[in-house]
Design a protein. Structure first.
Length: 336
């Protein structure tokens, strides 16, 4: 959809969700056929088996970059697992790993920054650390803020912006908690990543999800789109491997229509902030999980990803938000 009064939203997605075997060719063929110009790189097989982006060697990166150009794609963000480790070394009955923070900062965070610059993108997706299961988040908030702040400063030193995604079981498991973290760090290199399904699966109603979105708005950097049907019960700990009720964005309880409608009025302010960071626009990053999801990823298949994309486009058309898919002019330009 085109609208001359505002720049189009940049549609993207976690491309491994659209590929049955997660090969680079499957991912790029699916995204090009769907009309997408951007993708988030997370898991990919570039000839050495399925690897997380953080594990990629130089030869695999060269292969991906060459094919990326051939298929007319660009990376929107590095889908890193940064921050999905324990905040403190305690046996809390989970399998989450602990890495001493200074080591983590020097190795993993700097590696993510190197990858972002290699793939010519400005954004790194990350998380807010696991506090011990069953513990009071408030007692761990200060440490999480300190560590996330250090991550942000390293990313900023590489010309990058760190996006903190809301997700169950982490310190930043709600929009309000992420807003506290964002306000405390007060650095332009930190933005927040909204994800409605990650709130609904915790038992939140649509109205509650909208409250969390509004709390995140001052720090919003991009939006992950997946949706969920509200569970019957609310739990302090979410078994992510058992989540089965993911649905397209126009069929769940996240309230995406209301969110996109509100975003329309906030768009100019948000765009000004993103442009100031060298970010090309507001990414709507699909992570549908239509065939299943878990702690470190999900799957939709090429068919499911198409269903998810069309649901988002219907919503955006309905509220009058502009977005751009590949056009015949793009194809003609690629011939020359």
């Amino acid at each position: 959809m085109q609208n001359s009064h505002m720049p189009p939203l940049l549609l993207s997605g976690l491309a491994d969700e659209a590929a049955n075997q997660k090969t680079v060719m499957q991912q790029f063929c699916a995204f090009a056929a769907l009309g997408l110009k951007y993708y988030t790189i997370r898991f990919i097989d570039a000839g050495a088996g399925i690897q997380n982006v953080m594990q990629l060697e130089s030869e695999a990166i060269d292969t991906i970059l060459n094919l990326q150009k051939e298929y007319g794609l660009s990376v929107s963000s590095i889908g890193s697992p940064i921050g999905k480790v324990k905040l403190i070394d305690s046996d809390d009955g989970t399998s989450n790993r602990f890495v001493p923070f200074k080591e983590y900062l020097a190795r993993d965070v700097r590696r993510a920054c190197e990858l972002a610059n290699r793939f010519h993108c400005k954004l790194i997706r990350g998380f807010s650390f696991y506090h011990p299961r069953g513990s009071d988040i408030a007692t761990h908030l200060a440490q999480a803020i300190d560590q996330i702040g250090e991550i942000v400063r390293v990313c900023d030193s590489h010309g990058l912006t760190f996006g903190l995604e809301v997700e169950a079981n982490l310190v930043g498991q709600t929009g309000k908690l992420l807003a506290q973290i964002h306000e405390a760090i007060a650095h332009p290199g930190l933005v927040l990543v909204f994800d409605g399904a990650n709130l609904v699966c915790q038992g939140m109603s649509t109205d509650q999800v909208l409250e969390e979105y509004h709390a995140m708005k001052p720090g919003l950097g991009w939006i992950h789109v997946k949706d969920y049907k509200r569970p019957d019960t609310k739990s302090s700990h979410v078994d992510e491997e058992s989540l089965k009720a993911f649905v397209p964005a126009d069929a769940g309880d996240s309230g995406h229509e209301a969110i996109f409608r509100d975003l329309k009025s906030y768009y100019p302010t948000l765009m000004e902030r993103l442009k100031g960071r060298g970010i090309p626009g507001l990414f709507i990053d699909l992570e549908p999980h239509l065939k299943g999801g878990g702690q470190f990823g999900g799957f939709s298949g090429p068919d499911g990803f198409g269903v998810a994309l069309r649901s988002v486009c219907r919503l955006l058309d309905y509220v009058g938000m502009p977005y751009a898919l590949r056009s015949y002019d793009d194809i003609r330009a690629s011939r020359t």
